[in-house]
Design a protein around this ligand. Sequence first.
Ligand code: SF4
Ligand code: SF4
Ligand code: SF4
Length: 489
Amino acid sequence: MSNHQRDCLTCTRNGNCELQTLAMQFNVTDVEYEGEKTKHKIDDLSPSIVRDFNKCILCRRCISTCKNIQKIGAIDCVNRGFNSCVSTVGDNSLNDVNCTFCGQCITACPVGALREKDSTDVVWEKLKDEDTFVVVQTAPAVRAALGEEFGMKIGTNVTGKMVTSLKILGFDRVFDTNTGADLTIMEEANEFVERFTNGGTLPMITSCSPGWVKYIEMNYPELLDHLSSCKSPHEMFGAILKTYYAEKENIDPKKMFVVSVMPCIAKKFERQREELKNNELDNVDAVITTRELARMIKQANIDFVELEDSNFDSPMGEASGAGAIFGVTGGVMEAALRTAYETITGTELKELNFEAVRGQKGIKKASIKIGDVDVKVAVASGLSNARKIMEEIKSGKADYQFVEIMACPGGCIMGGGQPIKTSKQRSKYDVKKLRADCLYSIDEKSVVRKSHENPVMIKLYEEYLEKPGSHKAHELLHTTYHKREKYKL
Ligand code: SF4
Ligand code: SF4
Ligand code: SF4
């Protein structure tokens, strides 16, 4: 503690810091040994992560997570003794090395040395600006974890309270990224069926996890044609909000500001990608994490736990159960199979739960009967598992047709922007399972459980997009990715 920048009042981890807890447990009420402090520059060059090693306690959990769980090795300990610190190749910013912005190091860090790049200021500013029409959309996994920031049980479904809080904060419209997930499935299932029946590149690999997309661009650029051309759900939804919805509501898209609440910090990087723009406009203008939304709710002095429930706004707020399970590993695969099955066979799928792709295993493999054919699928979460699948594909040993990959172990529910659990909480509770159960329960209770049966999708294609994979759909909802150098040195 003598060598720690003790500015708790302005620290994002105030109240959720293992060093604070230890100081309390050991009755440290005074720091007797004021001495020299190591001075580190703050690395805030990336759009996703801020590193402030003036608060680092050198526990090395971030290094272990990056090296052993994600198998990236973007960071390691350098120097000796008093000068020891966590750094990158050549002491460069995380922005300029092989980091994927998965954010798993942030959720492993016990103190405030690692945090997301804060975007709440710009959101507050836009909310106050009467000339801007501010729309917010919330990712599936956010509702399964936001309540934890207000002391609620892990995995409590707080959809209704979350919507109410966003309305109180002043957003002009509150929409659901689950609807965007339905749209992704419409396009992705169609792309898979096309590739499967017309001899396209297989296996097709999902592209909705931006940490994973950055990873494949840096590590397996020669396999990029396996990646689905679909934009991720919030990007697709942003594109539709600034075109179809803006036209319908007579809103100037240049005056529309789309905010995505995401469980992910790589989404902050993703939203800036040039290749995702339409009509020179970003599809999404700001991304805030679950933790940042919780901070905004606290700043507004809203008693979250006591809030009544509200519904998402019409007409873009309806979503299927398939959209909800996007937030958990295997969910995108399951949602896509529900739609692909009915498209290929033309018959109704009776058993909607694909148990073989559920559960917490890092890699799940299954053979799914669709009509007369067996479709081999694989689901991987966590980048070390992604690497195993990619090596299989590279060596020609993989016989899958469809692969889902999520950068974070467990999927978005365990994303780098989700509420941070202490090591004590992690050993006491099965956080992954509790959050996953929340999303599966939302799916079970949904009236519509297949993306293609969502009335919003039916209307959107009738009125605007024509059919999945149409010219218009390609223009707005698809993109291409390119090789990316690991190091900008
Ligand atoms: S990391 Fe913990 S102890 Fe250090 S300033 Fe932040 S809250 Fe305080
Ligand atoms: S964000 Fe992910 S890849 Fe980057 S340093 Fe942290 S754990 Fe490693
Ligand atoms: S996890 Fe946090 S405190 Fe521990 S070494 Fe990494 S940055 Fe420092």
